[in-house]
Design a protein around this ligand. Sequence first.
Ligand code: XMP
Length: 323
Amino acid sequence: EWNMHDFCQKQIDIIMNKLEDKYVVGAVSGGVDSSVAAALVHKAIGDRFRPFMVDTGLLRKDEAKIVKERLEKHIPGMKLKVLDASGDFYKELSGVMEPEKKRKIIGRLFVEAFEKAVSEMGLPHERCLLLQGTLYPDVIESTSYKGPSSVIKTHHNVGGLPDRMKMEVIEPLRLLFKDEVRALGNELGLPVTSVMRHPFPGPGLGIRIIGEVTKESADTLSLADDIYIEELRKNGHYDKIGQAFAVLLPTVRSVGVMGDHRTYENVCVLRAVTTTDFMTADWYDMPHDVLAKISNRIINEVKGINRVCYDVSSKPPATIEWE
Ligand code: XMP
């Protein structure tokens, strides 16, 4: 009889044996897969596992801080190193409008931050492995199946590192489906907020700011997004939605009125979809009172936004992200 407790213990034993005197480094994004993979390897080899997180400046509000606190609290003994590379990201993204160019830059800077992190750890290279949170569907997709989105957008992910890094890879989740990863996360003591999170793309807010990415626009968007997600949780909608996020249109300005003043500011779009596999998706039928509350809060609390729209496009023909 198969159960998650036994599977978990078995994986820990396998990893312990395989990694006798080895070290493992791993980039943690705060998402389900990388968090569960990190918790598992930490259980197996303790402080020979060196997790780190790259703060790209394109994460959700306070994300690096929250992920660090959450993991260190629930995985006793784990120390997550956070590298603030946001300055590099804003600098290189300055003036860049085109989505695929942004993805390339973000992917390259991520690898550079990664390489720097690993070299700073000063571990013996020949005894150092790289942790990847690859799941079973990723394994199938990369060998036999190419989904439509992979030809429409190049998906940069924290797992996708170039060959030149030439590190042996460990993929302890490669036999699992997403719901099994969540169950394993539970078994390992990760909180619901970790295992039930909506996915977040590698390029982060970089592809949700439609146009040039700046620190200012990233800060504005992360505030709006945070209010949106907080209200979805408060009103019991978060877990009914596959993915929800805010999008900022920095090149569009609309006229508004605040008190007796004219405003001329940016538009924020709210997106929420239901989906089983992210290959197709329906827009979420959000109750109007919830939309009204979110819109009021964003316009009143976020400087620079004076209009909120709700995206009623399904995939296909629209994609989930705007870029
Ligand atoms: P689309 O926009 O193609 O998104 O309908 C499908 C799913 O993929 C995510 N996505 C990305 N994830 N790097 C990622 O790691 C990317 O460049 C990227 N683009 C889209 C998107 O958030 C959704 O879950």
